[in-house]
Design a protein around this ligand. Structure first.
Ligand code: SF4
Length: 483
């Protein structure tokens, strides 16, 4: 009989010692991914944190920060009581006080403006899991001026996404990791959507999909990218617009997708200097209009039995001129200022690379489509035998948001996704429920309370109404430009 050293080790080493007498299931919030975790307790003490294999976000993976979550409870630096400043501001002199004293002090500070004008309170909180509670508190106080960590991080991106496609990256949706063949990532650090992205990148690498990372530094995700584009900080929007320029020039646009799922055909009034210049043209009932090529006439844009024009200039009933929203977009981005040669120096990326990126996106989107034998019904009740996907997925985060142009950079990125038809399709970006929201959102800002009265509780509750004041854009779930 031969000697097997591993058998001996197996007999003597217990690799799964019992470290706890109770396990609690919750989510990690050492970053905002909210990975599922199992917290092992012995007595009343946290002994160990492990990833929850059954949780869909992380499937058992736990990063180093997640493991360190134990220090949230046991760090000697943890605050356990309110601190009252005792010295001059900036002196760092504080003393611990009891909660009763802290609450009395806060009430004394706040009661006057709640009686007179509650919106004078600007209430900022950090990144934690209690924003539902702190937001509710702000609305009950009567102030709409409530923001949390995101206000300093990436809310401009989320706002751009919600305004353009009714959702954004990360919590709102994610790449279809199973089917995408080309993944373009902008400005993402490893603490953002960490475990889900690592798991997703592992899938892409296994399948041989191309991963391109646009980021000024080649660390983290960029270090394992198939191609790293070392862009000059703050110029991502310019790069995206140059890619759009190239796609428009090469006629590599999913026109069918634009007609079916966006408001690209909606007519926009062109009457320089007039009050309604730039607004959507509407009929007497307030419905946005399109030009029906089949009948050579105006028609409600939401009608599903028309052939809407995407380009051209048309006459409205009152004699004014109007053009489809897509035409305005094409005119804007075909301008020479977005030619790769014109942006290359500012982006720090050669025009040849920009052109190649655009060509690669187009190649994968239009020549390497994904077809799933899954029948489905679209927003207009039309039946489709298959799901046809443009397998180009994109993701972006704080690297593009932390600039004064973050909103428009993100908006341009979503427009790029729309133009190649890669939103909510196999291989593209796919929403997670309850997104997409109506675009633009129909909710009122929360707060706006009168003196000593609570305000509206939640902007989202009204945003979810099926029939918002903007009309068909809300009813159809269409995405695209907003008026
Ligand atoms: S990625 Fe790490 S820190 Fe973030 S929630 Fe998951 S385990 Fe926690």
């Amino acid at each position: 009989m031969s000697f097997n050293p591993f058998e001996t080790v197996r007999e003597t080493i217990n690799t799964s010692p019992v470290v706890s007498d109770e396990v609690k299931y919750t989510t990690c919030y050492m970053c905002a991914c909210r990975c599922g975790i199992k917290v092992h307790l012995k007595g009343d003490e946290v002994r160990y944190i492990e990833g929850n294999k059954d949780h869909p976000v992380n499937q058992g993976v736990l990063c180093a920060k997640g493991s360190a979550g134990i220090m949230q409870h046991y760090s000697p630096a943890r605050l356990t009581k309110p601190l009252k400043r005792t010295g001059p501001r900036g002196s760092g002199e504080f003393k611990e006080i009891e909660w009763d004293e802290a609450l009395d002090t806060a009430t004394e500070w706040l009661s006057d403006i709640r009686k007179t004008d509650p919106k004078k309170l600007a209430f900022f909180t950090g990144r934690d899991q209690s924003q539902a509670l702190t937001g509710f508190w702000a609305s009950q106080f009567g102030t709409p001026n409530h923001a949390a960590h995101g206000g300093f991080c990436s809310v401009n991106m989320a706002a751009a996404g919600l305004y353009t496609i009714g959702g954004s990256f990360w919590e709102f949706g994610e790449p279809d990791w199973e089917h995408t063949k080309y993944f373009l990532m902008f400005g993402v650090a490893e603490d953002h959507d960490s475990n889900p992205i690592k798991i997703g990148l592992g899938k892409l690498k296994t399948r041989g999909a191309k991963f391109v990372s646009v980021n000024p530094v080649k660390t983290g995700y960029s270090a394992i990218a198939d191609e790293w584009i070392g862009i000059r900080p703050g110029t991502d929007g310019l790069l995206i617009m140059a890619i759009i320029h190239e796609l428009l020039k090469a006629n590599r646009i999913d026109l069918g997708y634009l007609v079916r799922y966006t408001n690209a055909p909606w007519l926009v009034i062109r009457d320089d200097g007039a009050g309604d210049h730039g607004l959507f043209a509407r009929d007497d009932e307030g419905r946005p209009l399109a030009w029906n090529k089949a009948a050579n006439s105006l028609a409600p844009a939401a009608a599903t039995d028309i052939a809407p024009a995407l380009v051209g200039e048309f006459e409205l009933a009152d004699g004014k001129r109007a053009v489809p929203a897509f035409q305005l977009l094409a005119e804007r981005y075909l301008d020479a200022q977005y030619n790769p040669d014109a942006v290359a120096d500012r982006c720090g990326i050669s025009a040849a690379v920009i052109r190649r990126l655009a060509a690669e996106l187009a190649q994968v989107a239009f020549k390497e489509t994904v077809e799933l034998d899954v029948a489905w019904t679209d927003w207009a009740g039309r039946r489709h035998d298959k799901m046809i996907g443009r397998p180009v997925a994109m993701h972006a985060m704080r690297g593009i948001s932390a600039h004064s142009n973050g909103f428009h950079t993100c908006r341009a990125l979503h427009i790029l996704q729309i133009l190649i038809g890669s939103i909510d399709v196999p291989g593209g970006f796919r929403y997670k429920p309850p997104f997409p929201r109506p675009a633009p959102a129909t909710g009122k800002a929360r707060g706006q309370g009168a003196s000593n009265r609570p305000g509206n509780t939640n902007a989202w509750s009204s945003a979810r109404l099926p029939d918002g004041p903007r009309g068909p854009a809300s009813r159809t779930g269409r995405v695209g430009a907003a008026d």
